[in-house]
Design a protein around this ligand. Sequence first.
Ligand SMILES: Cc1cc2nc3c(=O)[nH]c(=O)nc-3n(C[C@H](O)[C@H](O)[C@H](O)COP(=O)(O)OP(=O)(O)OC[C@H]3O[C@@H](n4cnc5c(N)ncnc54)[C@H](O)[C@@H]3O)c2cc1C
Length: 366
Amino acid sequence: MSEETYTLQGGGRAAQKLKGSPSGDDGYRGVWVFIEQVEGRAAPVSWELLGAGRELADSLEVELAGVILGSGVENLSDEAFAYGADVVYLADHPLLRDYRTLLYAKVLINLVRKYRPEVLLMGATSLGRDLAGVVATSLETGLTADCTELKIDTEKRLLEQTRPAFGGNVMATILCPKRRPQMATVRPRVFPLPPRRSGRKGRLIAESFELKEEEARVRILETIKEKGRSLYLDQAEVIVAGGRGVGSKENFELLKELAETIGGTLGASRAAVEAGWVPPEYQVGQTGTIVRPKVYFAIGISGAIQHLVGMQNSDIIVAINKDPEAPIFRIATYGIVGDLLEIVPALTSEFRRRLSRSTSEGISNA
Ligand SMILES: Cc1cc2nc3c(=O)[nH]c(=O)nc-3n(C[C@H](O)[C@H](O)[C@H](O)COP(=O)(O)OP(=O)(O)OC[C@H]3O[C@@H](n4cnc5c(N)ncnc54)[C@H](O)[C@@H]3O)c2cc1C
C-alpha cells in the first residue's frame, strides 16, 4: 500500500479563510471534540476522540474541549473532564433533546464562530456524519471522513488526517491548510478508550441559545427502538468472524455455536455477506464496522486490506485458514492452519468442556 498526501482546497467566500496564512494563526486555537449523546447517554466514540484529542492538544499546546448539546445533559460534562477535556462548552436547551440536524448545526456553528477552535473532531456515526457535513459546508471548511490516524504537524499547526483511499490501496494523508477549523470524523473503535480519571475537573462554559421549533424543519413523531438487537459489533469484546472459506450459510452455524459458547458476537467478511450467508450489519472492515475486541477469530478469511483495516487493532487475533500463506497470518497472534470444518467444532467442544469444568469447580468451591 502506498502513502499519498492531499490538500483540501477551499473556494468561495472567505468567512473561515486564513488570510494568506497556512499557519492557523488567525486566532483559531484549541482542539474540540463533539460529545455525541442520545437520551443523555454519550456515544463511546466521543470518549475515544477525547483520548486522541488529548494528544493533539498537547502537541499544539492548547486546551482540549468537549462540546455537549442536548437537554438535561450537564452531567455529561463530568464524564468529559474525566476522559481528558480541559473545558466543556454546553448548550442545554429543551429543543435539543432529540437530534435534529438544523438545530444542532446552528448551535455548533455559532459556538465555532465564537470560540474559533483550530480542530473539530466528531464520531463517524450516523449522527456525526450527518452533522459534520452540514457544519463543514456552512463554515466553508474541509472535512475528512473516516480517518484512521490523526497527527499534528506542530510547526504549521496542521492536522494530518490519514484515511484509506481508492478502495484501500492508498493511505491518503489529507491536509486543510487554508480553512479553519480542520474537521475530521473517526469511526468508533479506531482509537482506544482513554483512561477515565474520575474527579478530574475542568471549566464548564454554558452557552444559551434562542432556538425556535420551526427552525428544526422536522418533527419527531415517534422513535422506534430496534428490538432484540444484541449486535453491537463495535462494542463486542469477542468476535467470531467468518469469511468465504466458511462455504455456506449452514456452516456459519458452526461459528455461531462457537460464538455462543464463549460469549462472543458473530462477524463476517464482505465476501460472506455478499454470498448471503450473514446480514450486512455483521460485516467487519472498511465498508463495514471497525472493531477492537479483546479476541478476534478470523475463520476462513484471507486477510484482504479492506478487512484488515477493520480489525487489525484487536488485542488478540486467532486466524484459522487452510492456506499457510494467507495474509491474515501476518497479523495473527495465533494461527491455526487447517480445515475450519474440523477445527471450529473441535474448538467449541474444548471450550465447552473447560467452561463447564470451571463452572462446576466454581459451584463446588462455593
Ligand atoms: C472498496 C472496497 C471495500 C471493501 N470493504 C470490505 C470490508 O469492509 N470488509 C471486507 O471483509 N472486505 C471488504 N472488501 C472486499 C475485500 O477486498 C475482500 O474481497 C474480502 O475481504 C475477501 O473476503 P474473504 O477473506 O472472506 O474471502 P477470500 O479472500 O476468498 O478468502 C477466503 C479464505 O478462506 C480460506 N479457506 C477456504 N476454505 C477453507 C477451509 N475449509 N478451512 C479454512 N480456510 C479455508 C482460503 O484459504 C482463503 O484464505 C472491500 C473491497 C473493496 C474493493
